[in-house]
Design a protein around this ligand. Sequence first.
Ligand SMILES: Cc1ncc(COP(=O)(O)O)c(C=O)c1O
Length: 397
Amino acid sequence: MSTEASSQTKANGTPVKAPQFALSSRMATGRAMSLDVWSVFKYGTSCWSCLVMLTELVNSAANLPEDCINLGQGYMNFAPPQWVKDAADAALNTVAGNHYSHPKGRIRLREAVRDFYSKEFNRTLDVENEILISSGANEGQYSVWVAWLEPGDEVILFEPYFDQYLPSITFNHGVPVYVPLHPPPDFKNNPTSDEWKIDFDELRRAITPKTKMIVVNTPHNPIGKVFTEEELQKIADLAIEHNLIVMSDEVYDSLLFDGRPHVRIANLPGMWERTITVGSAGKSFACTGWRVGWLIGPQSLIGPTLAAQTRIVFCTNSPLQEAAACGLEQAEQRGYFKKQIEEYTERRDVLVKYFDELGLNYSLPYGSYFILVDVSKVEIPEDYPFPSTIIGRGRDF
Ligand SMILES: Cc1ncc(COP(=O)(O)O)c(C=O)c1O
């Protein structure tokens, strides 16, 4: 693969050929060079994403009208809470808050993560060795793959999955292996996200001597599935049997609906030692652009991941770590997450009401902020002016 030569012109008008450079072969992997859904949907935001299917319905992706609600991407159209933003302001007005942080993360945030999550993991988390602040969950996950993948190592992903996993794995010479989350047999009566199932024999068959890791994502993007303890136990049993690392992406751990409990695979017997749990301030405090996240796990997994992350970003931005710390410190006392769940539940209910009115079936999510809508009934005119970025992609895209 090489970059395209672009021609320039000298002062005398003679065309000069721009030099060509060989592109890193990793750029040919993981669909790294094709436009992702983020780049296709360039305007507007929404608090719920109908990521896979509704995108076809609402607009021609590249021509999104300004007054259109964009359900194509999946992030919030509201600001972080004022008290969290005030903490960001306060941090900007200190000297230390504007300078490098320790690569492990600022101590205030690591302590806030410890105080918030220790009860969740039934242990007192060690701020020096078991917590790593990352530049968003995404970068933290990338660092895990840098630290732990050898060329050819296989990583099991349940399909569908958060799209960033793929290039992050292939950039690190890993090989994604897909295991489907089987959809409900039909969408006639609006199934729930519980009805998307793993076939555990299929999962077992996907494991080979090269398998290094399983990625679990609960609550799930984009199904909204909240994995049950029974499901996680079956994954855990296989991880232990085959000595696999589990990356448990729990960035939506504060967004569960209808009283669903959030089960952490790291808490199942024998799993702490092999699990890295991933969190995100962006998802928790409506500040996805701040790029603050965290990894929680045993020293044996966090230590090398820290070494990798230090080479990638050195450290995460300082003032917004302070603000994220404030968020975790005060969330409980302010009833913040409880209120946030109520607000998202209301939004989910409003959105599904419109699908009901349109006669479109959907899968009701119990967690995260995605709804899958069945658009098989939606007719798309033969001559529909799809933007070129969409042509050739599957109908679901
Ligand atoms: C499942 C999942 N993991 C990780 C991320 C990335 O989180 P962050 O913005 O903290 O990098 C997202 C963002 O959409 C996500 O849906």
